[in-house]
Design a protein around this ligand. Structure first.
Ligand SMILES: Cc1cc2nc3c(=O)[nH]c(=O)nc-3n(C[C@H](O)[C@H](O)[C@H](O)COP(=O)(O)OP(=O)(O)OC[C@H]3O[C@@H](n4cnc5c(N)ncnc54)[C@H](O)[C@@H]3O)c2cc1C
Length: 226
């Protein structure tokens, strides 16, 4: 798992994502995996809990008043109506490719040349080699990266000097709020891999249990977003 390698500024022979073979793992994390039944099964099982109610197509703003405390995982700038400006994101346009058999022989190929308009092609069947015999055809997605507009899904926080300054102002504003905690990749404006997101969520749950038991206030941030 993991896109974290994108953040590597200096290339090191053991940690850099450069590779000139068909090793089907682009990333160099010692442990990498996909849930055997996919993420959908994990989320379905979590949501089966008696005390979890799901409301789809509902903006948090419409229901926030019903709760003693809100754990907000939406964009922090949106929570404040973008009043200090919009935090910049990159987004992606996906182009679907269908093919017979095998398209590229591996899960991900990255295209780093400036002359190539897309950044990578992912071929999903290779993420689940244990299902290799099941499919005679294949589906791939080509990813075209661009600046996110107001209507786009925000994917990758830009986090350059300007955005970090704006983020600090939003953090200051957030710290004046009550009955809300900002979490996750959008709530804290950080690129997070799934493993980090899940581990932070579990750590936050443990902390909440302790604080509630001690009658103490739940913090606005569990992790410093800067
Ligand atoms: C293109 C892309 C590729 C990725 N690939 C990988 C990968 O290969 N491996 C890996 O480990 N991680 C990957 N990640 C990272 C992974 O997706 C994130 O770490 C994870 O989804 C973060 O979970 P989250 O709950 O913080 O945020 P999200 O999953 O974004 O959940 C936030 C939710 O809040 C909802 N929301 C927002 N605003 C409101 C509102 N006002 N009211 C109600 N709901 C709202 C959103 O609709 C969304 O469902 C990738 C991320 C992206 C963008």
């Amino acid at each position: 798992m993991g896109h974290g390698a994108y953040g590597t500024a200096r290339l090191h022979p053991e940690t850099s994502p450069l590779r000139f073979n068909y090793d089907d793992n682009y990333f160099n994390h010692p442990y990498q995996g996909m849930p055997e039944d996919g993420y959908t099964a994990i989320i379905e099982n979590i949501l089966k809990h008696d005390r979890i109610e799901v409301r789809l197509g509902t903006s948090f703003e419409a229901v926030a008043e019903e709760f003693d405390h809100v754990f907000y995982t939406g964009p922090i700038d949106r929570y404040f109506g973008f009043r200090l400006g919009r935090l910049g994101y990159r987004t992606l346009d996906f182009e679907r490719i269908e093919d017979e058999g095998d398209h590229q022989g591996t899960a991900v190929i990255n295209y780093c040349d400036q002359s190539v308009p897309f950044t990578r092609i992912s071929e999903h069947k290779h993420f689940a080699p244990w299902e290799a015999d099941k499919f005679s055809r294949t589906v791939c997605f080509k990813e075209y990266s661009r600046l996110a507009g107001e209507q786009d899904i925000p994917y990758y926080p830009i986090r350059q000097v300007h955005e970090k300054r704006m983020l600090e102002s939003y953090i200051e504003l957030a710290r004046t709020e009550k009955k809300i905690s900002f979490l996750g990749r959008l709530g804290t404006y950080r690129y997070l891999d799934m493993d980090v997101t899940i581990s932070e969520a579990l750590a936050a749950c443990d902390r909440i249990d302790q604080l509630v038991a001690a009658g103490e206030a739940i913090p606005v941030f569990f992790v410093d977003p800067t």
